[in-house]
Design a protein around this ligand. Structure first.
Ligand code: NAP
Length: 674
């Protein structure tokens, strides 16, 4: 009997009622599973996510959530072969599966690492510096991010059932939000298994993750302003879902990643002899054939200088004609199948539309030579079109055939290429193969607004380039216009899509307590013990050392100049310094002030402070003249654990003169023993 995929609802695996929809093998057309969600109580799933999963995740700090992501990623890597096996049914080669499975786990690893390094061990993200508002500093503003109180509904496309889930799940869980995942039915068996592996890792708290294999039923009716819908798929489905009355009336956050007519450009500076030419041809070929072209980021339009069209066409045909297509189980196969024969029919139909205004110069729309059973497999020959009049063409800038399909077109000069590139009306990614900085600059200035990501490839970066079509967890993925207008990933930026930014206003004392961070003007705690004698765990936020003062003499300035070699006129030339509109006479070196400040606050003996490893946001605010004195206040601003034995302490340092005026401020970073 055909296996029925299961939903994971309210912490239990349940089959949908009824027979569900078939999930079909891309290779032999057999039904590998049935998927359905009929009978689920969608409103109750949302409630469970919010009240059980949300509460559990919010009781964890960012660092604890980051550690959880690492366990999930490890669990997936340990059992990756189970996923590769299922992935092959979807037509994916081992290399395609690697992007999905190991690339997906890699995304979780990266988010875990970023969460630990870049977020506090708390639950609030403080956004930027405080804004002084009142004259005396008793009323300030501070932006913060807090976790949304609802659930994230992830609706994913079929092409990357693992990566597509994890690129959203990592940021969502890190943000403290529970997720309900709805994979595309065509590849739901792979996603279902990945969810099982993650749940079996034991790292997820109850309610943090639920799965729907089938329709989302009436779930949209129960969404609120605290929920997020993150959708990946076609623009038509995005439009349909986005126009749901609850999405508009409740202002439900809706992130859309849709189809995109991505392009690549061969720079006008590149000749056939240049390395960029080969790099370009290789990349177009790769983008057309990896995952059989079923990548939202794949190259659909290829723009080359008009004089180069014939040579690019020839080079591409030479490569495409050699591609071995078929069942990925055969070792010689380089390009697998489309996900299903119905998807192939969709691709062929769109290819026929393209053929109405373009010449097909390589491949055949309805014929394919494949290793495997051509009568039942969803194999497709790669199709290269050519259109020599791209400004007269319309469909080629508008139709996404979601398979191994791209169109070659000429351009006349950089501005022509820019205009053509932007005719895609907003894309996920555009690449330019050029070695000329001026060309790169023109494309950035006039194209970046239309494309979520721009990749410049030349001989200098080729060896390390991750290529046109690979979204990275550290960089944003998404694009304007027809690409959906959404944005995902981008490191911690992606986490903030699942949090609310609010402006807090109030006294420094209250806002410091609320944010877990010392803000200027908040009470400074003092005590008998020098802060450098306190271990990480013993240091309270706001604990402050007020030092004695030290006078800076002219001899100090001259000694410092000679010792360091810094003889800048402002410190050493009385006449020139007097003529300066800023100094009006000789002043102490800024670095001398820093050094003397350290001399004032450092406690010299070995102790819990293991190292000073940085200094940020340094500002020299007022010059210090020889004969003036300085003193320092050193305050614990925030803390963040780094290893079981060590934690980072961020100190707010204020250097003032004899009149109590601020002369320098900065943040000092030390690593302290726990
Ligand atoms: P799709 O047909 O739009 O489906 C996308 C998802 O929406 C699937 O999970 C689908 O579920 C679900 N869905 C469809 N109708 C729905 C409805 N009425 N209510 C709730 N959910 C609904 O797209 P696809 O064919 O899976 O994916 C291919 C497209 O996705 C391509 O156009 C590609 O460019 C785009 N894509 C974009 C990105 C990106 O990051 N921008 C990434 C990958 C793919 P069912 O499968 O169960 O119908």
């Amino acid at each position: 009997m055909t296996r029925m995929l299961q939903n994971f609802s309210k912490d239990s695996w349940v089959k949908g009622e009824g027979s569900g929809r078939p999930v079909v093998s891309a290779i032999d057309g057999s039904t590998v599973a049935m998927a359905g969600s009929e009978g689920l109580n969608f409103a109750a799933m949302l409630d469970h996510a919010r009240s059980v999963g949300g509460a559990a995740l919010k009781s964890m700090t960012f660092h604890q959530r980051a550690a959880m992501l690492k366990v999930l990623a490890k669990g997936l890597m340990e059992r990756k072969e189970e996923l590769y096996e299922l992935s092959a049914q979807t037509g994916a080669t081992r290399a395609d599966g690697w992007i999905d499975i190991e690339g997906g786990a890699g995304t979780l690893f990266t988010m875990s690492s970023k969460g630990r390094k870049e977020l506090p061990d708390g639950v609030v993200i403080v956004d930027g510096s405080h804004e002084p508002i009142g004259k005396t500093g008793s009323f300030i503003g501070q932006h913060v991010y807090t976790s949304l109180q609802g659930a994230a509904l992830h609706i994913n496309a079929f092409n990357f059932p693992v990566w597509g889930m994890l690129e959203k799940l990592g940021p969502t869980l890190l943000a403290g939000m529970p997720a309900i995942v709805k994979p595309a039915t065509a590849t739901a068996q792979v996603c279902e298994h990945a969810v099982r592996i993650m749940l079996e890792s034991g790292a997820l708290p109850a309610g943090a993750l639920q799965l729907i294999v089938g329709s989302v039923g009436d779930m949209f009716d129960h969404l609120t302003c605290q929920d997020v819908v993150s959708f990946t798929g076609s623009a038509d489905t995005a439009r349909l879902l986005q126009s749901h009355p609850v999405i508009t009336s409740q202002s439900v956050r809706f992130i859309a990643e849709c189809d995109s007519i991505n392009c690549t450009v061969l720079g006008p500076d590149v000749s056939e002899q240049d390395p960029e030419f080969d790099l370009f041809v290789k990349e177009v070929f790769r983008e057309m054939t990896v995952k059989a072209g079923q990548k939202c980021t794949a190259i659909r339009r290829i723009f080359v200088p008009s004089a180069m069209v014939d040579s690019v066409e020839e080079a591409l045909r030479a490569r495409l004609n050699k591609v071995v297509t078929g069942d990925p189980a055969d070792e010689t196969v380089r390009m697998g199948a489309l996900v299903s024969r119905s998807q192939r029919e969709d691709v062929r139909e769109k290819a026929r539309s393209l053929a109405s205004e373009c010449d097909l110069v390589c491949g055949e729309i309805d014929e394919v030579k494949a290793i495997g059973d051509e009568q039942v497999g969803a194999f497709q020959s790669p199709l290269l079109f050519r259109n020599d009049r791209p400004w007269q063409a319309g469909l080629v800038h508008d139709i996404e055939a979601f398979g191994p399909v791209a169109t070659l077109m000429p351009y006349e000069g950089v501005s022509d290429a820019i205009g053509l590139a932007n005719r895609g009306k907003g894309s996920l990614v555009m690449s330019v193969f050029t070695h000329d900085p001026n060309v790169a600059q023109q494309f950035v200035l006039q194209c970046a607004a239309f494309h979520g990501r721009m990749v410049f490839v030349d001989r200098d970066c080729a060896a390390e380039s991750t290529g046109h079509g690979s979204p990275l967890p550290t960089l944003i993925h998404g694009g304007p216009g027809r690409a959906g207008g959404g944005e995902e990933m981008g490191g911690i930026r992606g986490v903030k899509h699942y949090m609310q930014r609010s402006a807090l206003q109030g006294s420094p004392r209250l806002l410091s307590a609320a944010t877990g961070q010392f803000l200027a003007g908040a009470p400074q705690l003092t005590g008998e013990i020098h802060p450098f004698r306190k271990r990480y765990a013993e240091l309270d936020i706001g604990y402050t050392l007020h030092t004695g003062s030290r006078t800076i003499t002219l001899e100090d300035v001259e000694h410092f100049a000679e010792f360091t070699g810094d003889n800048f006129y402002a410190h050493m030339d009385e006449v020139a310094a007097a003529a300066s509109p800023i100094f009006g006479g000789r002043v102490a070196h800024g670095y001398l002030i820093l050094s003397f400040a350290a001399g004032l606050f450092v406690d010299p003996d070995p102790g819990p402070v293991l190292a000073n490893f940085g200094l940020e946001s340094l500002r020299f605010i007022k010059p210090v003249k020889p004969g003036e004195s300085i003193k320092v206040s050193l305050t614990v601003k925030s803390k963040s654990p780094r290893t079981p034995d060590m934690g980072e302490v961020r100190w707010a340092v204020a250097v003032t003169n004899g009149e109590d005026e601020l002369v320098a401020s900065y943040e000092l970073l030390t690593m302290n023993a726990v």
